[in-house]
Design a protein around this ligand. Structure first.
Ligand SMILES: CC(=O)N[C@H]1[C@@H](OP(=O)(O)OP(=O)(O)OC[C@H]2O[C@@H](n3ccc(=O)[nH]c3=O)[C@H](O)[C@@H]2O)O[C@H](CO)[C@@H](O)[C@@H]1O[C@H](C)C(=O)N[C@@H](C)C(=O)N[C@H](CCC(=O)O)C(=O)O
Ligand SMILES: Nc1ncnc2c1ncn2[C@@H]1O[C@H](COP(=O)(O)OP(=O)(O)OP(=O)(O)O)[C@@H](O)[C@H]1O
Ligand SMILES: N[C@H](CCC[C@H](N)C(=O)O)C(=O)O
Ligand SMILES: [Mg+2]
Length: 490
């Protein structure tokens, strides 16, 4: 494909390089091959513009960078917003793309919602995929990408790869990092969902307002002008503000929740292994037996239904399919039963709000004590740590504070910050030992919640060149602990 054509379609100027043949796109100079268009961006760690000479040396034919960047020996596609311009350009190259694409943003619930959306589409006989924290999931496989929202080149390449495999519908997670770095642009996004907003990532965003503004790029810019915003009505006013953004842009709004106008959750009755939802849609009331526990899973399932309906799904069939949803990995996953018959749940709660939601989900099922084991990630928002401690101390009966991906920080210092909010908690740094202690202490009627890592397969220790990922899986560790207890009795 000629650069001139790609640039023309994107409304950019390819100048003297118009006749060059484009072989690919890269945002990392180490991935540049002859014929590549290189995107040079100023990052949080380094300035990508410093790598322009090396990229040109490696064969870059054009460089997308700020007007003030110095580009010698390749065509300079100058734009004050180079990440956006690069995305526009790259999206002309990575074709075809799936015809129906939807995005989910919010602090918690993105992974669950995209996965449930994929499942609902699949049950309707559609070839669907999801992209997010769990990787790229298709009917056949799940491949990890390492990030929730992959970089723009990986994202677009995945999208066109999926379309070539025959996938017509994709739901992807739009993290605030991804949105603010234009990691998913250039495609027609038919609908976007907003699940909720609460404290997280205040290491990256200056304050909650900035965090919210990053998320609102979804409605302000990313969703197509004739698209739909699916909004979970709840929380402290953020949903109402999200709705304002959507309406101002002229998007169709589909509101969901206790106060939702389009999909109203009239009643929710927790059961042993699931819950009964009474919902109202289009003037009709119906009961749905959702085979998942917890208010938060009901919210995500209904937002997923909203996305499917917003993009042409049949409402009756979609609500019916909710009764066959499979659990999402690491989200209230029942990992084991200990010797006393106490269940051990693994959940990905790693924010104060999520921890509260996970504990609330289990509370109706607890007859004795709720034992929670959790920590907080290193090199991430420090302010959420004590808040997580407070939620655990207030809502659980026994609290064990442990390690969760300390990364470049001193794990003991992270635990100390969590313990500030939970002064009476036990402290067991080694996560395996902490889980074993919780499993060993649980009696009949108790429930153990191991929070923070969910589906994760490793404990990240150190950063930069020193970084190591030690294999670690909460589900198997919980199972081993339960099995060891059985063994000790025999
Ligand atoms: C804070 C953050 O989001 N950083 C991501 C971002 O970095 P950045 O743009 O600031 O990049 P940088 O490292 O300063 O480098 C600047 C530019 O120089 C380029 N470069 C860099 C080095 C080099 O030798 N050559 C080169 O060309 C880089 O490719 C980049 O384009 O872009 C990089 C390239 O795509 C990502 O790898 C990196 O993710 C880091 C590893 C990360 O940990 N990100 C986490 C925080 C993250 O993104 N999480 C979100 C949220 C998860 C959630 O929902 O909770 C996610 O979507 O996963
Ligand atoms: N709708 C919700 N409301 C409150 N808490 C939720 C909700 N959905 C999920 N959670 C909590 O957040 C955890 C993570 O859920 P999920 O992975 O779906 O969110 P996410 O937004 O993708 O997270 P991340 O930002 O890490 O990608 C769950 O394990 C649960 O504890
Ligand atoms: N996407 C989230 C995942 C956090 C998971 C938790 N286990 C941690 O490491 O903090 C983040 O990067 O902030
Ligand atoms: Mg996620």
């Amino acid at each position: 494909m000629k650069l001139g054509r790609i640039a023309g379609e994107a409304g950019l100027d390819a100048g003297a390089a118009a006749d060059s043949t484009v072989t690919g796109f890269a945002i990392d100079h180490r991935k540049v091959a002859p014929g590549t268009v290189f995107g040079a961006f100023q990052g949080g760690q380094v300035n990508g513009e410093d790598f322009i000479p090396a990229a040109i040396e490696a064969g870059a034919i054009a460089v997308v960078a700020r007007p003030e960047a110095k580009v010698d020996g390749a065509w300079h596609i100058a734009d004050p917003q180079p990440r956006r311009a690069f995305a526009r350009l790259a999206s002309q190259f990575f074709t075809p793309v799936p015809e129906t694409i939807v995005a989910v943003t919010g602090t918690n619930g993105k992974t669950s919602t995209v996965e449930m959306t994929r499942q609902l589409w699949r049950m309707a006989g559609i070839s669907a995929a999801s992209i997010g924290t769990l990787g790229v999931t298709t009917p056949d496989e799940s491949v990890s990408t390492g990030l929730t929202t992959p970089d723009i080149v990986t994202f677009l390449a995945n999208m066109s790869g999926l379309a070539r495999e025959g996938v017509t519908h994709v739901a992807f997670e739009a993290s605030s990092h991804g949105l603010s770095q234009f990691r998913n642009e250039g495609l027609r996004v038919s609908a976007g969902a907003f699940t909720n907003l609460s404290r997280d990532h205040l290491d990256y965003h200056a304050d909650m307002e900035e965090y919210f503004a990053a998320k609102m790029r979804l409605f302000d810019e990313v969703v197509a002008a004739d698209g739909t915003a699916v909004i979970w009505r709840g929380g402290e006013g953020w949903a109402a503000r999200a709705e304002e953004h959507a309406r101002k842009r002229g998007l169709r709004v589909l509101s969901v929740g206790d106060e939702g106008e389009d999909i109203r959750l009239v009643a929710r009755i927790p059961g042993t292994l699931g819950q009964m939802l009474e919902i109202e849609h289009g003037g009709m009331r119906r009961k749905v037996a959702l085979p998942l526990i917890g208010a938060y899973q009901a919210s995500n399932a209904l937002v997923a239904a909203g996305l499917v309906i917003a993009t042409g799904g049949d409402p009756a069939q979609t609500f019916d399919s909710l009764t066959r949803l499979q659990p999402v990995r690491g989200r209230l996953e029942r990992a084991a039963l200990n010797r006393a018959g106490a269940p051990v749940y693994v959940d990905y709660a790693h924010t104060p709000d999520a921890l509260e939601a996970a504990i609330a989900a289990l509370r109706p099922h607890v007859e004795g004590r709720l034992v929670v084991v959790f920590g907080a990630g290193g090199d991430r928002d420090q302010g959420k740590r004590a808040e997580m401690g407070r939620v655990a101390a207030e809502q659980a009966d026994v609290v064990i504070v442990t390690d969760d991906n300390p990364r470049g920080e001193d794990p003991a210092a992270i635990r100390l910050q969590v313990l500030e909010g939970a002064p009476g908690a036990q402290e067991i740094g080694d996560r395996r030992a902490a889980i074993a202690a919780a499993v060993a202490m649980a009696r009949a009627g108790d429930i153990v919640l191991v929070a923070g890592k969910g589906h994760e397969q490793g404990q990240i220790i150190g950063s930069g060149d020193e970084m190591r990922v030690l294999p670690f899986d909460d589900v198997s560790v919980a199972r081993e602990a339960a099995a060891a207890m059985m063994g000790s009795e025999a």
